[in-house]
Design a protein around this ligand. Structure first.
Ligand SMILES: *Cc1c(COP(=O)(O)O)cnc(C)c1O
Length: 345
């Protein structure tokens, strides 16, 4: 049998030969002394590309999010996010365990409005309430199927945050996908926020690494928290070289992943066993639900695996498929054929 078509996540990509070569050739030094030239170059280039004063490499997106909350909030504070935000669902309770904050989810399908944020901000000055100090946007939103957060609403949300003294944070693990899908630059999408994170290990295909960007002052504080969490590393240039290669060579091609996800989604939406909102398929993620009477997610994932297609069960009756650098259009079509036949059975 040919190797499996792995649609579990865009994190499963392996570095290409050219990326490995860039990594092998990377000039390195001790990043704790600020002496890793490749990491310094990545941080400078990303600060410029994202339109922020400064940037700091992070070993993972989870640590980037944790450090962001440590910088922007104090223990006991409240952070407003969209429903099913990564920070609340996929970080092992780190928001509470590390930053000591509680998360309040608002909106629907990965997005929310200025009015919904306003309603969620607890009244100030009363001792019973926690202080609402941070608003976090996830763009694209993972669990809602890679949806792009409408930028005009982002602008209104961040304006309200400033009026009410809240800090704003963008979890932009897939900001690259949001930029390609919306036709807006990463800098424009990032502009309204105090602090943002991006990941190199998702669609861009690097073996690891994320980055925080913001004002010099916030990044200086982030550096201390990174160290405290044990995320300060040494010859990071090997990873930074992979990130630079991914940004340069794998960013524009994300449009192919989006087209592949769309084709897969359209075929799945035609199955009676599947409930899939095609409007949610805007980038490289396809989240679908199984209709009453259809097998559950674990059964669908198991029968797909037997056909050589790997998927993720995202809930009892919810399945996620993600397209990426290491699956071609032909493989996505093959996966769609297997899935539609097993869902029809
Ligand atoms: C993947 C992801 C992260 C970071 O995950 P790591 O696996 O720790 O790199 C953060 N936010 C979102 C929305 C993600 O999808």
């Amino acid at each position: 049998m040919s190797p499996p078509i792995d649609l579990r996540s865009d994190t499963v990509t392996r570095p290409t030969p050219a990326m490995r070569e860039a990594m092998a050739r990377a000039e390195v030094g001790d990043d704790q002394y600020g002496e890793d030239p490749t990491t310094n170059r990545l941080q400078q280039q990303m600060a410029a590309l994202l339109g922020k004063e400064a940037a700091l490499w992070m070993p993972s997106g989870t640590m980037a999010n944790q450090v962001a909350l440590l910088v922007l909030a104090r223990p006991g504070d409240e952070v407003v996010t969209a429903r099913e935000a990564h920070a609340g669902w996929h970080e092992a309770g780190g928001a509470a365990a590390n930053a000591g904050v509680q998360i309040v989810e608002v909106g629907e399908r990965g997005v929310f409005t200025r009015a919904q944020l306003e309603a969620a901000i607890k009244p100030a000055g009363l001792p019973v309430f926690p202080a609402t100090t941070v608003v976090e946007v996830e763009n694209t939103h993972n669990r809602s199927g890679g949806v792009v957060f409408p930028q005009d609403e982002v602008v209104r949300i961040c304006a309200l945050a400033r009026e009410r003294g809240l800090a704003s944070f963008l979890d932009g693990a897939r900001l690259w996908n949001a930029a390609v899908a919306s036709g807006r630059s990463e800098a424009e999408l990032a502009a309204p926020f105090d602090l943002i994170s991006v990941a190199f290990s998702k669609g861009l295909g690097a073996p690891g690494g994320s980055l925080l960007a913001g004002s010099r002052e916030l990044i200086q504080r982030a550096n201390r928290h990174r160290r405290r969490l044990g995320g300060a590393m040494r010859q990071v240039g090997i990873f930074a070289a992979a990130a630079l290669h991914g940004v340069l060579h794998h960013r524009a091609r994300l449009a192919e992943d989006h087209a592949n996800a769309r084709r897969l989604a359209e075929r799945l939406a035609g199955c009676a066993a599947v409930q899939l909102d095609l409007a949610s398929v805007q980038t490289n993620i396809v989240v679908f639900h199984l209709q009453p009477g259809a097998p559950d997610a674990a059964a669908v994932v198991a029968s797909a695996r037997a056909k050589g297609v790997l998927l993720n069960a995202f809930g009892a009756r919810t399945v996620r498929a993600v397209t990426h650098l290491d699956v071609s259009a032909a493989q996505c079509d093959e996966a769609a054929a297997h899935l539609t036949s097993l869902l029809a059975a």
